[in-house]
Design a protein around this ligand. Structure first.
Ligand code: MG
Length: 368
């Protein structure tokens, strides 16, 4: 029988929430729910170690997971895990930080397989940074990196051996940052298995900002008198123009709205109102540049963008490559990361009747 112990009794002081960070929302869902949904199907029971003040809220989150229950957390992580070990009759336990929501079922299965084969299992990754031995702000020496690894969770142990290790540590008044340390000190060197880079611990406020954000925008302009239109910064000869306060570049306007909404900002009309004389006849590529600066201020940049133009006329195919390059230059990304598509509306509706054009845009913003 396998029990999973999720450590959720932390105070999250480094994350600066003034509350338990595993109850904070990540993409709209409490952080704890991510690891719960991974461990619940793979373990016979899930014990969530939590502080008394969080017990009621956490119990609510456990309702969809019938094999999960709360156990009283302790003042330290070690105390919490030791309490949980007393609460279970399982012979094998997997311990996991609830603040590591990106753990995958593959990693948990690898942990169980390693535990069954070697009697212990510690999730680890090779170091990518250099590690130095320091004293008072100076480096004493730099050991060979190959001999070191970072240690994560999940970690798997036989319950009785881990409990024995924790009891010994308590007798000696020693504390450890996690189970691998206490097990190594009082049992034997625990066995490592390789984890995944994505299985990181949410620690600081910026860790809670999603790394990728998708956005969608749309814009429509009606035809009026004129001899050209502007799309993606390209002036295109046309029997009619587009009615607009600015240059009427509906493709760029749709893209700007996609970027602003992905960044959680207000829409284009809020920042560039068509009642503002500053934007009369404005070059929309310049407004796009300003939008790029706005999302940069949010710590974001464009990963890739797509624009789709629906127009009965003029024929846009000859201009697509130049339009694509214009957008790529303005967004500071390679042209391969920009898609520009154009099509007609098969004669249907206002687009089909040649009254106007509509553009759609999607964008993926990434954390810088
Ligand atoms: Mg517009």
């Amino acid at each position: 029988m396998i029990a999973a112990v999720l450590c959720a009794a932390g105070k999250g002081t480094r994350a600066g929430f003034g509350g338990n960070k595993v109850l904070a929302l990540y993409n709209g869902l409490p952080v704890l729910c991510y690891s719960l949904s991974v461990f619940s199907p793979l373990a016979d029971e899930v014990l969530v170690a939590c502080a008394p003040e969080d017990e009621e809220r956490i119990a609510q989150l456990l309702i969809p997971f019938p094999n999960a229950r709360t156990v009283p957390g302790g003042a330290t992580r070690g105390e919490s895990v030791r309490n949980a070990l007393y609460e279970t009759k399982a012979d094998m336990v997997l311990v996991h930080d609830a603040a590591r929501p990106f753990v995958t079922p593959e990693t948990v299965r690898a942990c169980i397989a390693c535990l069954m084969r070697y009697g212990s299992a510690v999730c680890s990754l090779p170091l990518s940074d250099t590690v130095a031995h320091t004293l008072d702000g100076n480096i004493l020496d730099v050991p060979p990196r190959e001999r070191y690894c970072t240690v994560q969770t999940p970690q798997g142990f036989l319950r009785d051996k881990l409990l024995h290790a924790y009891e010994r540590a308590r007798e000696e008044g020693r504390t450890f940052t996690d189970e691998s340390g206490v097990y190594a000190a009082y049992c034997e060197p625990p066995r490592l298995f390789t984890g995944e880079r994505q299985n990181k611990k949410l620690t600081y406020p910026e860790d809670f900002t999603p790394a990728e954000r998708v956005g969608f925008g749309t814009d429509t302009h009606a035809f009026c008198e004129g001899d050209h239109i502007v799309l993606c910064g390209k002036k295109i000869p046309c029997a009619r123009g587009l009615r607009a306060h600015s240059d009427g570049d509906a493709a760029v306007h749709a893209l700007m709205d996609a970027m602003l909404s992905a960044a959680g900002l207000r829409d284009i009309g809020h920042y560039f109102p068509d009642t503002d004389a500053r934007f009369a006849g404005a070059d929309s590529m310049r407004l796009l540049q300003e939008t790029v600066a706005m999302i940069q201020e949010q710590g974001l940049y464009v990963g890739n963008a797509t624009v789709s133009i629906v127009a009965e006329r003029p024929r846009l195919a000859p201009y697509i490559e130049e339009m694509r390059q214009n957008l790529a230059d303005c967004l500071h990304i390679p042209a391969q990361c920009v898609g520009v598509a154009a099509g007609t509306n098969e004669g249907l509706g206002y687009v089909g009747e040649g009254k106007g054009i509509t553009c759609f845009a999607t964008v993926l913003l990434k954390k810088a």
